[in-house]
Unconditional design. Structure first.
Length: 230
């Protein structure tokens, strides 16, 4: 139990390190185009996740409720301040540490493989799904680090905390978490991922981190759906 998360953390660190070394050799124009390509793919991933659930009210209401809580807690600003402090301390302002940290932390932790893979690893020790996710995250970390810099490496800590917590808590949650609840959470996560894509393409800066509580509301709304009038 937990080996899947360890593999994932290593994959992010390895991919990010290679990306940093490769990115230093890329011209600015190529790096800009690479960010746009990543942004387009991120949008498509968000749409694909959203379409996996047939009740749009669940992700919609979840995001609204989550945003209210997130704005009150000001999660986005707190994460960015953390990234900015690390940037001032270690990079002397020459890289987008805050943006890289927040973007990749959300991308690596908001998705069906994170939840299902962590539960599977925690319940029976099977880390095959997290191994698959690690491969995808390795490629993503390499791509992001090549254009956004070393801040991507910090997201390994987020992966460790989020997936580690889900893995350890799998035994307690298995009795109450159902397939539809995971699907509803995945669809809600798709909205957050879509918001990340908009930011990467500089189309609209969305405070996606402030929507994170939506991932807690989604399974609760699915569980309560039999009580809905529609």
């Amino acid at each position: 139990m937990g080996i899947g998360t360890a593999i994932n953390v290593f994959a992010v660190l390895a991919g990010g390190s290679i990306g940093i070394l490769a990115g230093a050799k890329l011209p600015e124009g190529m790096r800009s185009t690479a960010v746009q390509a990543i942004g387009i793919v991120t949008l498509l991933v968000g749409v694909a996740n959203f379409l996996k659930y047939d009740n749009v009210l669940v992700p919609l209401v979840s995001v609204i409720l989550g945003l209210i809580v997130g704005e009150l807690l000001d999660i986005d600003a707190r994460l960015r301040r953390l990234g900015d402090r690390l940037e001032r301390r270690f990079s002397k302002g020459e890289s987008s540490v805050s943006r890289a940290f927040v973007t990749t932390s959300l991308l690596f932790c908001v998705g069906p493989l994170t939840v299902i893979g962590s539960f599977q690893n925690g319940l029976n020790g099977d880390y095959s799904l997290l191994a698959l996710k690690s491969t995808l995250d390795f490629i993503a970390a390499l791509a992001f680090a090549s254009v956004l810099g070393w801040g991507v490496l910090l997201s390994a800590g987020t992966v460790l905390m989020v997936q580690g917590s889900l893995t350890l808590g799998a035994g307690f949650l298995d009795a109450v978490v159902t397939g539809p609840m995971i699907s509803g959470t995945t669809a809600t996560g798709g909205i957050l991922i879509f918001g990340l894509g908009l930011g990467l393409l500089d189309l609209k800066e969305v405070r996606v981190a402030n929507m994170l509580p939506a991932l807690l509301f989604a399974p609760l709304l699915v569980a309560a759906s039999p009580l809905w009038p529609l």
